[in-house]
Structure formats: structure tokens, C-alpha cells
Design a protein around this ligand. Structure first.
Ligand SMILES: C[S@@+](CC[C@H](N)C(=O)[O-])C[C@H]1O[C@@H](n2cnc3c(N)ncnc32)[C@H](O)[C@@H]1O
Length: 263
């Protein structure tokens, strides 16, 4: 594994260790009472159209497994989640057992994924694509795991938002929060050491998280090169990342959804 990805593994595991256990209990309760509720309406619509009692679904970069189990509830026979963080995968497996659902979780670096399984549907949710220095290779690994004719649905931060500073960043301007302050074509990685706030609910000195900017063409061409046909693209002005909620409905595309079919 490349050193940056190994450090990301440590950083994500550290973040998960800092999650309040009450938050994790709430995840379990929410899955019991409203199982689909961890997915956006768009993702529910997209995955719901692919579901069936003889069909399987996989989530790549699944975190604690809540979205994978949500997807299962849309009507798939079984679900598998992949993530680099061992403790998240362990938590996902324990949660699936408690809920008695057909979901399994597997630890892997997505860029090293090798599986004999072929899923009818695959998905990536917000905050997944940014961890890969080689998006083309990510999509090739995923393509290998999707059945011919099956679909991959990606819902992630709109690439244009890499140009906008997040509150708390040095170049964030409170009075002009939508200023385009970063290079859209940025190649050098982002390295952050102040924790994963949305999980730990606190800022802390953490192992470094290394992430990368990507452009729309990186995504579209990466999918095409990997053997997918793009079927639909949706852009929305609703933030799903908890980083740009202050820009909701301000005329800026915050979230990008792509449906791609495996040829
Ligand atoms: C922001 S989450 C995305 C899932 C979901 N939206 C969420 O917030 O729970 C990103 C996930 O990607 C995982 N990840 C990062 N790098 C990875 C890699 N190289 N292979 C597999 N998973 C990775 C992290 O462990 C983390 O759980």
C-alpha cells in the first residue's frame, strides 16, 4: 500500500475510535426504525431502480456500514461494504449481525481490491472519491467487481467545490464564502492533520489525511476508460458533505450524481 494510503488508514481508524458510542447506538436504532434513511432521496431513487431480490449491491468506502445497510433495505438480496478502516468494518459486521441482515463488510484498500464477486449495483457516497490519487485505477477496480450490465452510482461533492474554501480554512472569507480561491486543476495533494470533525465532533491533532482534487473530466473519462457508459448526470445545489451547507440553494452546484453502466 502506498504510504499516504496507509496513513489515511490510520487517520480514519483514529477518527472512528473517537466517535461517541452514543452516536453509534443511534445509528443502530435509526437502521431498525427507518432503514433507508441514511441515503439521499436521489441515491434511494437510483439504487431502488436497480434493486431486486436476486440482486446484490456493494458500497465502496462504506465507513461504518450505515449506508450499505440502508441500500440493502431498498430490496437487494445482499449487500457488501468495503472500507480501508478495520475498526469500521468490524463495527459494520457487528451491526449487521445485531440487525440480522444480509450485509457483510470487508477491509481493503480500494486501489488493491481484488474480488471474484460481481455485484449488480455499486455505489460511492459523499466524501469517497477524494482519497484516490489515481481515479482511473479506482474505477477499474470497481468495474471489475460489477456485473456486465450492472450500474455504479456515484454521489459526491461537485468537483467545482474544490475551488471554494471550507469555513475554518485559511483562505475562507466569511463575507464572500463562494469565492473561487483554489485551482480547479490542482495536482498536489491536500494534507490535513486536524481530525475528521464530522465523525469525532471535535478538532484534534490527528494522523495526516491526504486527499486529492478531481475534475469532472477526471471522473467521466476515468469511468469511460474503466469500461462504463455514462447514463445520467445530476447536479444539485444541496450539500451532502456537511462542509458547504451555508451555500445551499445559492446557485452553486454542490453535489454531483453520476449513473454509469458496466459495458
Ligand atoms: C467520508 S467517508 C464516505 C462514506 C460516507 N459518505 C460517510 O461519511 O460515512 C470516506 C470513507 O473512505 C474510506 N477510505 C479512504 N481511503 C480508502 C481506500 N484507499 N480504500 C477504501 N476505503 C477508503 C474511509 O475509511 C472512510 O470510511
Amino acid at each position: 500500500m502506498k504510504p499516504e494510503r496507509n496513513t489515511n488508514k490510520l487517520a480514519w481508524e483514529e477518527a472512528f475510535d473517537r466517535v461517541d458510542s452514543k452516536d453509534l447506538e443511534r445509528v443502530l436504532e435509526q437502521l431498525k426504525h427507518d432503514p433507508g434513511s441514511f441515503l439521499s432521496e436521489t441515491m434511494k431513487r437510483e439504487l431502488g431502480a436497480l434493486a431486486g431480490q436476486d440482486r446484490s449491491v456493494a458500497q465502496f468506502c462504506c465507513n461504518n456500514g450505515r449506508e450499505t445497510i440502508s441500500a440493502l433495505s431498498l430490496g437487494f438480496k445482499h449487500a457488501v461494504g468495503y472500507d480501508i478502516a478495520s475498526n469500521m468494518v468490524d463495527f459494520g459486521n457487528a451491526m449487521a449481525e445485531k440487525l440480522g441482515v444480509e450485509a457483510r463488510f470487508i477491509q481493503t484498500d480500494m486501489l488493491e481490491l481484488e474480488t471474484h464477486e460481481r455485484y449488480d449495483a455499486g455505489f460511492l457516497t459523499v466524501g469517497s472519491v477524494t482519497w484516490f490519487d489515481d481515479l482511473g485505477l479506482l474505477f477499474k477496480r470497481i468495474a471489475h467487481a460489477i456485473e456486465t450490465g450492472g450500474c455504479l452510482v456515484i454521489e459526491d461533492i461537485h468537483p467545482i467545490m474544490n475551488m471554494v474554501a471550507i469555513p475554518g480554512e485559511q483562505n475562507y472569507e466569511k463575507n464572500h464564502p463562494n469565492n473561487l480561491v483554489n485551482d480547479y486543476y490542482r495536482k498536489e495533494p491536500w494534507v490535513e492533520k486536524d481530525g475528521m470533525f464530522y465523525m469525532a465532533k471535535q478538532v484534534y491533532e490527528s494522523h495526516p489525511f491526504t486527499s486529492y482534487s478531481y475534475t469532472i473530466s477526471d471522473m467521466v473519462n476515468g469511468l469511460i476508460d474503466a469500461g462504463f457508459a455514462i447514463e445520467a448526470i445530476f447536479e444539485s445545489s444541496t450539500d451532502r458533505s456537511a462542509q458547504f451547507a451555508h451555500l445551499n440553494d445559492s446557485g452553486i452546484p454542490l453535489t454531483l450524481v453520476v449513473r454509469a453502466r458496466r459495458l
